[in-house]
Structure formats: structure tokens, C-alpha cells
Design a protein around this ligand. Structure first.
Ligand code: GLV
Ligand code: MN
Ligand code: MN
Ligand code: MN
Length: 418
């Protein structure tokens, strides 16, 4: 047969081409002995080690590995013409939340590599380029904005805003990007790369209970709930825990605590709303110190973006009232906002042809696929999570479901290539 690729036929892979085998390779990297699970923030030693692992796996498969200007890695299976138009892209991310599970992100990367192996074993001869992408900072656990890599690539975030984001150590994204080989002046919308993408399909562990309840191993995604992140900052009066009478305090921790309860109650009153405070920082943070300031972060999600806005507005008003009652002052700042996403219906129907038994599910979790869907036809495949728990070490995928997922991804890619 004529040589058409870069190519997957070049070298035999010494590594196992099963999803569980690839996940097992990754399983030693970034273990969090304190929290349990994995902590792999973007550009940490662990995430960089995973990238190296990925580059190695991709290279062994004869793929051409390239980094883009926003820190994503692309492993290309080129056609003979090396004409990168209308490319079919799959992939996910390797970064994690603090103490996350082993599958959120890595399952999509491992499944993508295995799906390409399956296509190769089927003798598939792609007539258009295929690539596996690893997006950086999907979780936003380091710089606060989820899907930072895909937002930069698509221009969904102002590069100046991105450059000035800071991690908890005070390092700017610009400085960290530079230390990792990027030129921070050139982060941002990448029209050339975007113009090469024909379709994007992301496989991901399901992060809720949908597939458990349906008793199915895989699903096709229909939509992602709109969601956003806001920082609340309450200023009070820092003071001594022993000498300051209770009635004389302006304690921002008390105001923050009351606000957290109000947030929960507000979401409870609104069908389908989810509101979470998972991170709170008292300043300076001493046991015998009344805090002078408390920062905490609000995550709100709802299928109707107008309802999300109304929930946040109500929370803001309640926070102002509570802060005033406690002698404090509060401010609320939007850090990111992602409208509700409905995936491309044409692509969804093509995936249904490839995967006729897969149910259709929506999700409350955010993904790079959600960002890309505003620019290119995008779809997602979910794999059952028998614990129904994610962003936790208890996240799980059965071995057989993992392989079923990779085969489903291969079937979907093959259908899209036909
Ligand atoms: C990312 O995983 C999110 O949905 O917050
Ligand atoms: Mn994820
Ligand atoms: Mn996640
Ligand atoms: Mn996510």
C-alpha cells in the first residue's frame, strides 16, 4: 500500500495499547499523599512529567508532536499531503484539581491514543489529518480560570487578562508560561490552528450518576450547564482573639460563613441550580487572630444563563447585607463565565450512527470541548463512573468500560473519517 502517513505504521509500540495499561503508566505520577488522589496543577512537576510521557507515547506511534503558542500539545497523524485542513481532533487534559481522581482528563488522553491504535489495527487510511491534543489548565486549579488553554486558543479570554492571572504563590501566568518555554507576548487566539480544526471529539469520564442510572457504559453528550466563578472578598478588622470583645468585632470569617449558608439556601430555592464554595482563604490565617480579610470563591451553574446571573445577583445582595450586619465590606468579582453549551447536532447525529446504543446525556461539568464548541463542531463521549463521584480520589472507571470507551471513540472517529 502507498505510504500515506507520518506514520502510525512506523514503529511498533513497546507500550500496552490498552487504556488501563496507559493509565497504569500514569498512575505513579502526581500522587497526593496528603489529600489522597492526584494533584497535578498545570506546569507542576507532575503535569510536566505527564506531558513528557504523552510526548513519548505519541512519538513511539509515529505521530508528529508540536507545542502551540498557548501551551497545548498536538500529536498529528498527518496525511501524505501534510495538508492540515479539516483535521479531526480528539484529546483532553492532564492537569487535575487538588486531590482529584485518576480519570478526569487522563482517560480522554489514554483513550485517544488507544483509539488511534485501533484505527491503525483496522488498516484505516485517514484522508484528512487526525490529532490528539493535550490542553493545559483545564481545571483552572492554578490560575483560577478553567479551560485556560482552549480559551486562549479561541480568543475566549483576553490575553492581557490571562497574562496577569496569578497562582497562589503570586506568580503570574506570563512568568510561568515563559519559564515553560512559551513567549507570553504571543499567547492568545491562534487563527491558523483554529482554521485547521474540522471537528473536535473529547472523551471524558462521566462526573455524575447518569450512566449508573441508565446502566450503560458510554453516552454521547448533548450539553454542558452554563457555569462561572466569582471571587468574594470581605474586609473586616484584624484583631486579637483574646482582647477583642465579641460585641466589638468586625469579623470577616463570620460574614463569610453566613454568606456560605446563604449561598446554599439560594441554590436550594432554584430548581437545577448548583452553587458551591470550595475554597476560602482567611488573611492572615492564624488561630488566635481575627482575620482582617477573607477571600472565597463561588461556583454557580444552571442550564439557563439568565438564572445563573440572577442567582449570583441575589447572592451578591445577600452578601452585602450580611457584611453590613457584621461591620464588614464585601466585593464580588467575576473570574470566568461559560454560557450553556449545546453540542453540534449534526456531529451528535453522526456519533449516534457510530454508537447506536449510547444514550444522550447532559452534564454539569465544564470541558475544553465546551469552549471549542463555539468555534468548531464539537462532541463528547462519556464513560461510566461507577462511584458517581468526581473531583475526588473516589472517581472510578471499570477496566472493561475504559476499553469500551476507547473502542467507541475509535468507531466515532472512523465514522467521521468516512
Ligand atoms: C471542571 O472540571 C469543572 O467543571 O469545574
Ligand atoms: Mn476534565
Ligand atoms: Mn475536572
Ligand atoms: Mn472539567
Amino acid at each position: 500500500p502507498t505510504q500515506t502517513t507520518g506514520s502510525l505504521t512506523a514503529q511498533p509500540s513497546k507500550t500496552p495499547s490498552t487504556v488501563t495499561g496507559l493509565l497504569s503508566d500514569m498512575s505513579t505520577i502526581g500522587k497526593d499523599v496528603v489529600r489522597g488522589g492526584y494533584t497535578r496543577p498545570v506546569y507542576s512537576t507532575a503535569e510536566l512529567e505527564l506531558r513528557e510521557w504523552f510526548i513519548d507515547e505519541a512519538t513511539q506511534r509515529g505521530l508528529s508532536v508540536e507545542a502551540d503558542r498557548n501551551g497545548a500539545i498536538w500529536a498529528w497523524w498527518d496525511t501524505a499531503e501534510k495538508d492540515r485542513t479539516n483535521a479531526l481532533i480528539t484529546g483532553s487534559h492532564l492537569d487535575s484539581v487538588p486531590g482529584g481522581g485518576p480519570f478526569d482528563g487522563p482517560l480522554g488522553i489514554a483513550s485517544a491514543l488507544v483509539a488511534l491504535d485501533i484505527l491503525k489495527s483496522r488498516g484505516t487510511n485517514p484522508t484528512r489529518p487526525l490529532a490528539v491534543v493535550v490542553f493545559p489548565e483545564e481545571e483552572g486549579s492554578r490560575f483560577g480560570v478553567a479551560c485556560l488553554g482552549s480559551r486562549l486558543m479561541t480568543g475566549a479570554i483576553d490575553p492581557d487578562k490571562a497574562r496577569n492571572l496569578r497562582d497562589s504563590g503570586g506568580n503570574t501566568f506570563a512568568a510561568v508560561a515563559k519559564a515553560n518555554g512559551l513567549d507570553p507576548r504571543f499567547v492568545g487566539r491562534d487563527d491558523q490552528l483554529l482554521g485547521q480544526i474540522g471537528q473536535f471529539v473529547e472523551l471524558h469520564v462521566e462526573q455524575g450518576r447518569g450512566l449508573i442510572e441508565l446502566d450503560q457504559p458510554i453516552a454521547i453528550a448533548s450539553s454542558i450547564l452554563g457555569h462561572g466563578r466569582w471571587r468574594l472578598r470581605i474586609h473586616g478588622q484584624g484583631n486579637h482573639a483574646g482582647t477583642t470583645l465579641m460585641a466589638a468585632r468586625r469579623d470577616p470569617m463570620v460574614a463569610a460563613s453566613r454568606t456560605v449558608v446563604a449561598i446554599r439556601d439560594t441554590a436550594l430555592q432554584q430548581a437545577h441550580a448548583r452553587a458551591t464554595v470550595g475554597r476560602l482563604q482567611p488573611v492572615p490565617g492564624g488561630t488566635n487572630v481575627i482575620a482582617s480579610r477573607v477571600d472565597f470563591w463561588l461556583d454557580v451553574r444552571h442550564p439557563d444563563d439568565a438564572v445563573t446571573a440572577a442567582v449570583v445577583q441575589s447572592i451578591h445582595q445577600q452578601a452585602q447585607r450580611i457584611a453590613a450586619e457584621e461591620g464588614c465590606v464585601v466585593s464580588l468579582t467575576e473570574e470566568s463565565l461559560s454560557p450553556t453549551v449545546h453540542f453540534d447536532t449534526g456531529l451528535l447525529h453522526q456519533l449516534q450512527q457510530a454508537l447506536p446504543n449510547a444514550p444522550i446525556l447532559d452534564t454539569g461539568a465544564g470541558h475544553d470541548a465546551g469552549i471549542l464548541s463555539a468555534f468548531v463542531p464539537t462532541a463528547m463521549v462519556f464513560v461510566r463512573n461507577p462511584s458517581g463521584i468526581s473531583h475526588s480520589p473516589e472517581e472510578h472507571v471499570l477496566d472493561e468500560d475504559a476499553e469500551t470507551g476507547a473502542k467507541a471513540l475509535a468507531d466515532a472517529l472512523e465514522t467521521l473519517l468516512a
